[in-house]
Design a protein around this ligand. Structure first.
Ligand code: PEP
Ligand code: CO
Length: 395
């Protein structure tokens, strides 16, 4: 089965086709007047944590939904993140910084702007911050007031997260959501995007000439950028130059999502450049997004053994280049979903509890298994096995 590498739609930089522009302005004004979701002091606290040699655990839903934003769901997500962090810490002896894909992960870039079902063509589902998933014209029409709803829902999630020790993050995709929440701090005069502690720029919108990298360059939050198999070390050069020109620890992370087959070679090439240039940027493994497959019944899924293979390839590349493995980025649910399969694709299993609004998530058992693996691979002085053997096994 081939990996599904979705092609980029560059039209309008993945910004929604809002039908009524005056309403977008009003929604943006409402966001600009709203209280900050996260405080600058907490953003700075995360940056400080990320400037230390702690390991980053970043995990959560591919797409959060307003419907699932319940106290119980958030509690389940937090307890999974906690269990994963503990597993990694216990096995590796390294402190873990925990960041959820949570409290704002409501926008999705899509490969096609429209979707066709039995003769009807409608806008694709772009996440609850844009439109609703139900396949009707009303639900699929982008509504800019969903940006304000996303803000309100994020505020609710953050109230549940209070005192959990989990930082928030999401993909900074919708500029109509991020820009109004970006403000200059009175004390140090820097711009902070108060929508989340950490923002990342996706694989489809990381162009150096696009608006997303410009936006990220201006804000002082910790920034991550997804790096897929189409990128070269030269792309990394450009991103580092724009996003972390002063080479400050804690500012920038590269999240590699290469796909298991090529992960070792591609990550090795990237890390070699990072070493040669002396960059302090954090390197993180996303073993999910390069390993999506479609089942015989047409369901998007991921095989845990394939995910494991990319994790191992990433750690080998880190070992062989002497770069510190900086983190793991996973899509996981706090509920017992059946969206990823253990070893082989099985439509009967997938049908049991497939609930994701976008990409397939690990369930708590699968996520905990991977956290244990990561903890073991991270343990200092571990013998990872001969380099060539690993290079061969990941081809
Ligand atoms: C995601 O993280 O859900 C995503 C869309 O990832 P990427 O930008 O790496 O494709
Ligand atoms: Co995803």
């Amino acid at each position: 089965m081939d990996s599904v590498e979705l092609s980029a739609t560059t039209e309008r930089d993945h910004q929604p086709d809002w039908p009524v522009i005056s309403e977008v302005r009003r929604a943006r004004d409402a966001l600009a007047r709203a209280a900050p979701l996260v405080a600058a002091s907490d953003i700075r606290r995360l940056r400080a944590r990320l400037s230390e040699p702690a390991f980053l655990l970043q995990a959560g839903d591919c797409a959060e939904t307003f419907l699932d934003n319940t106290r119980r769901s958030v509690a389940n997500r937090v307890s999974l993140l906690r269990a994963m962090a503990e597993a990694i810490e216990a096995r590796s002896g390294r402190p873990v910084v925990t960041v959820g894909r949570i409290a704002g992960q409501y926008a999705k870039p899509r490969s096609a702007p429209t979707e066709r079902r039995s003769g009807l063509t409608l806008p694709s589902y772009f996440g609850d911050a844009v439109n609703a998933a139900d396949f009707t014209a009303t639900h699929r029409t982008p509504d800019p007031w969903n940006l304000v709803r996303a803000y309100e829902q994020s505020s609710k999630t953050l109230s549940y997260l209070e005192r959990s020790g989990v930082f928030s993050s999401h993909e900074a995709l919708l500029l109509d959501y991020e820009q109004p929440q970006t403000r200059r701090s009175a004390d140090e005069g820097r711009l902070y995007d108060h929508s989340a502690h950490l923002l990342w720029i996706g694989e489809r919108t990381r162009s150096l000439t696009g608006p997303h990298i410009d936006f990220a360059a201006d804000i002082a939050n910790p920034i991550a950028v997804k790096i897929g198999p189409g990128a070269t070390p030269t792309v990394l050069m450009g991103l580092h130059a724009v996003l972390n020109p002063d080479n400050i620890p804690g500012r920038l992370a590269f999240i590699f999502r290469m796909g298991r087959h090529r992960a070792y070679d591609l990550v090795y090439a990237m890390l070699s450049r990072i070493v040669a240039e002396g960059w302090v940027d954090r390197v993180v493994c996303d073993p999910m997004h390069g390993n999506t497959v479609v089942s015989p019944a047409g369901v998007k899924t991921r095989v845990v053994t394939a995910i494991e293979e990319e994790v191992r390839a990433f750690f080998s590349a880190c070992n062989d280049t002497g770069v510190d493995p900086g983190g793991i980025h996973l899509e996981a649910s706090g509920d017992d979903v059946s969206e990823c399969v253990a070893t082989r694709v099985d439509d009967t299993y997938l049908a049991a509890n497939y609930r994701t609004a976008c990409d397939p998530r690990l369930n708590p058992e699968q996520a905990s298994y991977l956290a244990q693996l990561v903890g073991e691979l991270l343990a200092p002085h571990r013998d990872f096995g001969p380099r060539m053997e690993m290079a061969m096994s990941t081809r």
